[in-house]
Design a protein. Structure first.
Length: 401
């Protein structure tokens, strides 16, 4: 079976192969927003095959941007809001970066826009961004009939605007990009999680005069094959030749090395190989919450306890990732406990049940890929809705097979 069918049968076994991973959708969607508001033409190279990125491009076209595509590259010929013509409804998919970045960008214009996302995005947090837009005198509202209605422009007389990042740094990033050429100054508060993504945003804004962006490898996607290699075999990632300082998920390479895993960077590939027996981890996950499910997989196979702090933000992702990972751990008999009051997740290494697993995931790409790691390591199993991986790693199953 392949990732286009209703279910995917995972065959257990170690990994030993060369492969490539996608480029970063987080970087790509930021670059596309900047390319859409900088006077064109602006090019973005090395885009990933990602549903979120595809929806961003489709949305920009709906808005009125003229986009030329060639292979994994795009050129945006015009800019927003100069391209706006009439009030529009924009269908934007289910991505957080897609929806939140577009909301702030559309507030640059004067027409009335309605954003209509899909699936879980309709229930994910938006309140902090909406509140900040209201403070900037943007006409904005939500209803059952029209999910999010936006009409600008921004009030530039309000110089400083604070925005909470307690639930997502995407809110601050969205505003900072939309206001890059305005007098307003965006001040992020509660910047406890994913700070590197905020730094990524600021770096892309600084590059605006180049009118050219190139998207690096996605270290979130990289985490799955190198974690599997560390526990079961070996892998050569042929398109990962150096690390990106703005992607905190690159920390997994260091964690694996510190645990005794074989890690080598060459001018041809990143190599990661298995180690026989390793201890648990103590990790502050505030900078890389998306890495936690992969870390949970490693912790389940460690000797002793692992402790992961600052993970509560996982409750607000595409699914409640703490609850979902606990379902997977429960099947494999892995002891764990999340202390909500202290925000510390303790996982005791030791898989007690290795039987095949049939997993029906929420609409969350990372839960599909995490479940695959466990199944591949033990007696295989079946994953429903394998197509969910298209959000970030379209050929995940083919790449790791």
């Amino acid at each position: 079976m392949n990732s286009k069918t209703l279910a995917y049968n995972v065959i257990a076994g170690p990994i030993s192969k060369h492969l490539e991973v996608p480029t970063s959708k987080s970087h790509a969607n930021r670059a596309l927003i900047m390319a859409a508001i900088i006077p064109g033409p602006v090019t973005v190279e090395n885009l990933p095959q990602s549903e979120d990125v595809e929806w961003m491009i489709k949305s920009l076209v709906q808005i009125g941007l003229v986009i030329e595509r060639f292979d994994s590259n795009v050129k945006i010929e015009n800019s927003f809001p100069e391209c706006e013509t009439v009030d529009k409804t924009i269908h934007c998919g289910e991505g957080g970066t897609t929806t939140r970045f577009l909301a702030a960008m559309l507030a640059r214009g004067q027409k009335r826009y309605v954003l209509e996302p899909e699936g879980p995005m309709r229930e994910r947090p938006m309140e902090d961004l909406i509140e900040s837009l209201e403070k900037l005198n943007i006409k904005i509202s939500q209803s059952d009939q029209e999910w999010l209605t936006i009409q600008g422009p921004y009030d530039q007389s309000i110089r400083d605007i604070e925005i909470s990042c307690a639930k997502s740094t995407q809110f601050a990033s969205a505003l900072a990009m939309a206001l890059y050429d305005h007098k307003n100054k965006v001040i992020p508060t509660d910047l406890h999680y994913s700070k590197d993504y905020w730094e990524m945003t600021l770096d892309l804004i600084k590059q605006k005069k180049k009118k050219h962006y190139r998207v690096p490898v996605d270290f979130s996607s990289l985490s799955y094959p190198i974690a599997l290699a560390f526990v079961t075999g070996e892998v050569w990632v042929d398109n990962c030749l150096d690390r990106d300082i703005f992607q905190a998920d690159a920390s997994l390479v260091d964690y694996i090395g510190n645990l005794g895993g074989l890690v080598r960077w060459t001018n041809k590939a990143l190599y990661v190989g298995k180690v026989a027996g390793f201890s648990g981890l103590d990790v502050d996950c505030s900078t890389h919450p998306d890495l936690v499910p992969t870390l949970a997989y490693i912790a389940a196979h460690a000797e002793g306890e692992s402790h992961f702090s600052h993970v509560k933000i996982l409750r607000h992702k595409e699914s409640d990732r703490i609850a979902e990972v606990q379902k997977i751990l429960a099947h494999y008999g892995v002891k764990n406990f999340y202390d909500e009051s202290k925000d510390i997740w303790t996982i005791t290494g030791g898989v007690k049940n290795t039987s095949a697993f049939q997993y029906s995931p929420p609409r969350d790409h990372r839960m599909v890929m995490t479940a695959y790691l466990f199944m591949r390591t033990h007696q295989g199993g079946t994953i429903e809705h394998p197509e969910y991986v298209k959000k970030s790693f379209a050929d995940f199953f083919e790449a790791l097979a």
